[in-house]
Design a protein. Sequence first.
Length: 136
Amino acid sequence: MKTLFRNSIELSLEEVDYAGVMYFGKIFLIAHKVFEKFLIKKKLPIATIISRTKYRLPIVQARADYVRPIHLSDKIDIILYIEKIEISSFCLQYRFFVNQKQLSAIVKLKHVCLSQTLNQSIRLPKELLLQLFYTS
């Protein structure tokens, strides 16, 4: 798998449950925020995709595997990988590491490319593939 992006965060109070452990659904929000930062780095923010392109990239599959608990104030390194590229979709994998070494969770988000006007899946545009996955 190709590494696309790295980001670090500290788990905040709003992201944990009463026991001080990451609330299970928050991991998807964090992963999506990492994707947004990746898009900004690639000079293709979500606002640009929404306002200036003829396609959308909705998430059609989401999966989270928790290896060990993530606690309040843990420092988390998140590494974004491209797992698979298909004709009209791509799957991203996010690995969450606590203290830079302990794998704590793996998130997989599959995006499909939808035509804005037809509202059906279309081939991933070559320009998008080049901009996101084949340039540094």
